[in-house]
Design a protein around this ligand. Structure first.
Ligand SMILES: [Cu+2]
Length: 314
């Protein structure tokens, strides 16, 4: 009798556990439309690029899910476009010839994948010539939040920064491949986007209060160059390689981010005074062409910044 009772309890517990997991893991619908349009790549707005984008902006919208979630993705390539496009999520483990295949103008592509590995991953268009689709702006970030948060303290604020090499001539594919004639570093689509110190037309900075833990989700969307990411007047408190807390480094001055890689970095400013930090690509050719981002730590920091949709400041 007891055996039957215990078995029944075990079955009920197992059923409860399974349904709890089913509740926790979600299916997240994501739809993006390939849009070919001119976009400004400087703060003043007078330097424009013939861009190809996801949903009309550089970078595309951030996708944020939890480890174990399923992404139900649809790409639309409107009939008015001139080029084929595709989607390559670095967080997916699928078939490059199937899910990531390109579609012509007028076509749609649908696929699903489970985000099994936590981290900060690039996504980008993989249509040929891929170098051109990335350099024209078809990329973004997918953040897969870790289930295990034991070594992942809660951040007070979070910011997405995505860096890209800017080439005025995006039609010369040979020059792109040879890394010739790149003239700027775009941070979230603009040179010196958050740096009023070096660029008088910049109107925005990242903000936090003194002592807050600020988490940067960084993606290197350069087509050729690694990024030497350093916070001037600060030290990275923690660096989570690939954005995964299982790969944590402590007290890092400069972290090298490979092309097409992502990383999560925490910085904690001094609690007893207002300070400023300049987050730079310490490769000077990149910093002085736009890869400088000011983080202001001040008591009256805007409470909306670094939270909700304001983790990617447009
Ligand atoms: Cu494309």
């Amino acid at each position: 009798m007891n055996i039957i009772k215990n078995t029944a309890v075990a079955v009920m517990m197992l059923a409860g556990l399974m349904s709890a997991q089913q509740v926790l893991a979600k299916t997240v619908k994501v739809t993006m439309t390939a849009m070919e349009l001119d976009l400004p790549v400087n703060n003043k707005g007078d330097v424009k690029m013939a861009a190809w984008t996801f949903d009309g902006s550089i970078p595309g919208k951030p996708v944020r899910v939890k480890e174990g979630d399923t992404i139900d993705f649809t790409l639309i390539n409107p009939a008015g476009n001139k080029n084929s496009h595709a989607m390559d999520f670095h967080a997916a483990q699928v078939d490059v010839l199937n899910e990531f295949a390109s579609i012509k103008p007028g076509q749609k592509k649908h696929f699903k994948f489970e985000a099994k590995v936590p981290g900060v991953f690039m996504y980008h268009c993989g249509a040929s010539s891929m170098v051109q689709h990335i350099v024209k702006g078809m990329y973004g970030v997918i953040i897969v939040e870790p289930k295990d948060t034991k070594d992942y303290p809660k951040a007070d604020r979070e910011y997405i920064l995505i860096q890209q090499q800017y080439f005025p001539d995006t039609e010369n594919i040979t020059a792109l491949l040879e890394n010739k004639d790149w003239k700027g570093s775009l941070i979230n689509g603009k040179m010196f986007h958050y740096d009023p110190v070096h660029e008088p037309n910049a109107t925005q900075v990242l903000e936090s209060k003194p002592g807050e833990r600020v988490r940067i989700f960084f993606v290197n969307a350069n087509i050729n160059n690694p990024v030497a990411l350093h916070p001037i007047a600060g030290i990275w408190d923690r660096v989570y390689i690939n954005g995964n807390p299982k790969n944590t480094l402590y007290g890092i001055q400069t972290y090298n981010v490979a092309v097409a890689s992502g990383v999560t970095l925490d910085i904690v400013s001094p609690a007893d005074r207002p300070t400023n930090v300049a987050i730079v690509d310490h490769a000077m050719g990149a910093a002085l062409r736009g890869a400088i981002t000011v983080l202001m730590n001040k008591p009256d920091a805007d409470p909306t910044k670094g939270r909700g949709d304001e983790i990617l400041i447009r």
